[in-house]
Design a protein around this ligand. Structure first.
Ligand code: UD1
Length: 418
C-alpha cells in the first residue's frame, strides 16, 4: 500500500477541513514530560509522526488514551530517561525529548534523531543551548547523554542561527530552571507561540514568543491542563496550491489566515483571487493559468521552506520564468528530478532553481523522497495528462492527514495500490 495511482486532468473544487499542526503537536506532546499531572490535548492530527511520538511517550511509561483526535495524557507514571533508539531514529522531533527528560530526571539519553533527508540537519544549537543552561553533554556511540547535578540556571542565549527546533529545546529546558532565560534571535513561527501557550497553560512563565526575544522565568513545577493545537498552515498552503495548479476553487476551513500572510501574497501575485474569513481561506483561480512567481525561503514570517516544493510545481505549469531560492536546507530540490520526468523545465543550481513554465505535465512513475515533495508529486499527478504512480507515499502519511481522501473529496481520483 505504499503507492498511489492518480488519474490526471482534474480540476479541484470544494471544501476541505484543515487538521491540527504537525509541527506544533509534536513538540507539545514531548513537553508533557515536564509535568506529572493530567493533560488533555485536542485537534491532534492523525499522522504517522504523531503515532510515533505517542509510542515514544508510552515507551517512557506515560499513559495515553486517544479518542476522536483528543489525547488524554497521564505522565505521572513516566519512569525512564532513555527512549528506544528504533523509535527515536524515525522522527527528527525526538530531539525535543532531551530537554524535558533532562529536567525531569537530571539525566537523558537519546539516540541521534532521524527525519526527512533534506539537508545536514545538525543539532548543535540544541546541545549548545542546554550546555549554556548548565547541562553536561556527552556524545557516544550515536547517543546523546545529557546530565545535571543541580537544577539548570537561567541564562542569556543568543542563537547564532534562527532555529525552530533549538528555540523549542531551550524554551522547554528553561521552563523549570532557576532564574530568567532570554533567547535572543529566537525563531518566531506560530508553532513556537503554540508551544509557549501550552507551557503557560501548565504554569510556565514565558513571554515574547512570536518575537525574536523570548523571556522564560523559571518556575518550580508545572501542573496539568487543556490545550487545542493550532491549524496546520503548511497543509492549508498545500490545498491552496491544489486549487491554483488545477485552476479550481478551494475553500480551506478550520485554518488561520494570519499564519499564511506570505504564502497568500505569493498566490495573489500568481493571479489567484483570495478571500479570507475568521477561520477560512478561499482560493479561486477563475479558470486562469497561473503566473510564475519568484520565491526565496527564510524563517517566519518569511516564505516557508516547507512550501518550496509545492510552489516549484505551481511555477512549472505557470506562465513565465521564475527563480526559487532555498536558504534553509541544503538538499531540498531532490523532487525536481521527478517533475522534470513529467516534462517540467527546471534548471537546478546549487542553492536555487529556475523554472520555465510548460503548458502540461505528463503522467510518470514517480518516487517521493520526503514529506513535502510527496504531497507535491501527488498534486502533480492530479493535473498531469494520464495516470501517475507515486511510490513511497509513507512520507506523505507522516505529515498530511488523509491526503488522498481529502483530495478525492475535491474531485481527484487517487487510489491506493499494492
Ligand atoms: C522545523 C520544522 C520543519 C521546517 C523547519 C524550518 C518541525 C518538526 N520541523 O525543523 O518542517 O522545515 O523547522 O522552518 O517542526 N540548524 C543548525 N543547528 C541546529 C538546528 C538547526 O545548524 O542545531 C540549522 C538547520 O540545518 C537549518 C536551519 O538551522 O539550516 C533551520 O532549522 P530548524 O529551524 O532548526 O528546523 P527544524 O526545527 O529541524
Amino acid at each position: 500500500m505504499n503507492k498511489l495511482y492518480i488519474e490526471g486532468n482534474k480540476k479541484l473544487n470544494g471544501n476541505v477541513l484543515i487538521s491540527g499542526s504537525k509541527n506544533a503537536a509534536l513538540p507539545i506532546l514531548f513537553m508533557t514530560i515536564l509535568t506529572k499531572e493530567k493533560i488533555k490535548i485536542s485537534n491532534i492530527p492523525q499522522l504517522t509522526d504523531i503515532n510515533i511520538a505517542i509510542k515514544l511517550l508510552k515507551s517512557l511509561g506515560t499513559k495515553i488514551v486517544n479518542k476522536n483526535k483528543i489525547l488524554y495524557i497521564d505522565p505521572s507514571t513516566l519512569n525512564t530517561f532513555s527512549p528506544p533508539y528504533y523509535l527515536v531514529k524515525k522522527i527528527r522531533a525526538s530531539i525535543w525529548m532531551l530537554g524535558p527528560l533532562l529536567t525531569r530526571f537530571g539525566k537523558a539519553k537519546i539516540f541521534f534523531p532521524g527525519g526527512c533527508k533534506i539537508g545536514l540537519r545538525p543539532i548543535n544549537l540544541h546541545l549548545n543551548g542546554l550546555a549554556k543552561l548548565g547541562a553536561k553533554i556527552i556524545k557516544k556511540d550515536n547517543y546523546i547523554i545529557a546530565s545535571i547535578d543541580q537544577p539548570l540556571i537561567g541564562k542569556y542565549i543568543y542563537m547564532e542561527k534562527i532555529s525552530v527546533g533549538a528555540t523549542i529545546t531551550i524554551m522547554s529546558a528553561a521552563t523549570l530552571s532557576i532564574g530568567m532565560t532570554i533567547i535572543e534571535n529566537a525563531a518566531k513561527e506560530p508553532e513556537i507561540i503554540d508551544v509557549a501557550k501550552f507551557l503557560n497553560t501548565l504554569g510556565a512563565e514565558i513571554t515574547g514568543a512570536g518575537s525574536n526575544k523570548i523571556y522564560i522565568k523559571g518556575v518550580l513545577k508545572l501542573h496539568g491542563g487543556y490545550h487545542k493545537i493550532i491549524p496546520d498552515r503548511i497543509e492549508t498552503g498545500t490545498f491552496l496550491i491544489a486549487a491554483a495548479i488545477s485552476r479550481g476553487l478551494v475553500t480551506c476551513h478550520n485554518t488561520e489566515p494570519k499564519y499564511l500572510t506570505n504564502i497568500l501574497k505569493k498566490l495573489s501575485e500568481a493571479g489567484a483571487n483570495i478571500k479570507t474569513g475568521k477561520n477560512w481561506i478561499q482560493l479561486d483561480m477563475k479558470e486562469k493559468k497561473p503566473m510564475a512567481v519568484n520565491i526565496s525561503t527564510s524563517p517566519y514570517p518569511g516564505f516557508p521552506t516547507d512550501m518550496q516544493p509545492q510552489f516549484a510545481l505551481l511555477n512549472s505549469i505557470s506562465k513565465g520564468k521564475s527563480v526559487i531560492i532555498e536558504n534553509i536546507f541544503e538538499n531540498r530540490f531532490a523532487y525536481t528530478s521527478e517533475l522534470i520526468k513529467m516534462g517540467a523545465k527546471i534548471e537546478i543550481k546549487k542553492k536555487y532553481i529556475i523554472c520555465n513554465g510548460v503548458s502540461k505535465l505528463s503522467a510518470e512513475n514517480l518516487i517521493a523522497t520526503d514529506l513535502r515533495s510527496s504531497a507535491t508529486l501527488i498534486l502533480a499527478g492530479c493535473i498531469a495528462k494520464g495516470i501517475t504512480v507515486v511510490n513511497n507515499i509513507h512520507h506523505c502519511k507522516r505529515g498530511y492527514e488523509s491526503f488522498p481522501i481529502k483530495l478525492n473529496k475535491l474531485g481527484a481520483n487517487i487510489q491506493h495500490m499494492q
